[in-house]
Ligand binder design. Structure first.
Ligand SMILES: [Zn+2]
Ligand SMILES: [Zn+2]
Length: 263
């Protein structure tokens, strides 16, 4: 069994075949999915929670992506405040800093990041972080707001092996996406053994970043197996060990209930 710790299956890319996508995930052994309701306006958060309400193997997170925080209004914050305590919401995110695209001004990203960490503290849930080309500032903000007490996931990790080690040293979870399968991503594969096994996560970040051999296609949770194979090899583990370890880690950080025994 695998858990996709970060998937955007709430998005319009899946409107035509969402049920088939979820069925294919299960057929591939990806039994559980954490849907990240944070793309664009808060209708993403609403859709993710609705999906989690109707499918007991799906959980949701809520926030606004750093790309979009410049557009945030009081109404957007009100939606997140209302949804954050929902029992099917397991984390606040994705929030963070993206200095690669800079779609929103850096100061707006930093302020929203701090405010989402505060929301996570008030509801007692962990924080899922999107950090790109901003690892130093991210570490400072996470430390200043003592986010480690809540639990921190650095999703779709794209830093250096030293960045991975620094996050792990702070006790944060580090999640690898399909990028780790790309030929040019040797620094990411070198980062995997710098993360203690009990802090390793895997994700699709679908519909983006399909792993090899699906690269260029729309990504979906069933493709997580390809990423798991590469991360297992980089970690010096068997596929089965990696699956059991990352499943346990994902259940721990998001406080998912124990898996039902197969009937
Ligand atoms: Zn992201
Ligand atoms: Zn994402």
């Amino acid at each position: 069994m695998l858990i996709d710790s970060h998937a955007h299956v709430d998005g319009p890319e899946f409107d035509g075949d969402r049920d088939e996508v979820l069925a294919r995930a299960r057929a591939a052994g990806v039994e559980r999915i954490v849907v990240i309701g944070a793309v664009g306006d808060p209708s993403s958060a609403e859709r993710s929670v609705a999906l989690a309400e109707r499918d007991d193997r799906v959980w949701a997170t809520v926030a606004t992506h750093p790309h979009d925080v410049e557009k945030m209004t009081a109404d957007w914050w009100a939606v997140h405040e209302r949804l954050a305590p929902h029992p099917r919401v397991v984390a606040i995110g994705e929030t963070g800093l993206d200095y690669y695209y800079d779609h929103s001004p850096r100061q707006a990203q930093q302020e929203a990041f701090a405010r989402f960490i505060d929301l996570a503290r008030r509801v007692g849930k962990p924080v899922v972080c999107h950090i790109r080309d901003a690892h130093e500032d991210a570490r400072a903000i996470l430390a200043e707001h003592r986010a480690g007490e809540l639990g921190v996931v650095i999703h779709c990790f794209t830093g250096t092996p030293d960045d991975a080690a620094a996050y792990a040293e702070a006790g944060y979870y580090v999640s690898f996406s399909g990028i780790v399968t790309y030929k040019t991503a040797q620094p990411l594969r070198d980062s995997v053994p710098r993360v203690p096994r009990d802090r390793l996560l895997i994700e699709t970040d679908c519909p983006y970043l399909a792993p090899i051999p699906k690269r260029g296609k729309r990504n979906e949770p069933a493709f997580l197996t390809h990423t798991a194979e590469v991360v297992a090899a980089a970690a010096g583990m068997s596929f089965e060990e990696l699956a059991a370890q990352t499943t346990a880690n994902t259940a721990r950080i998001f406080r998912l209930p124990p898996a039902r025994s197969p009937s």
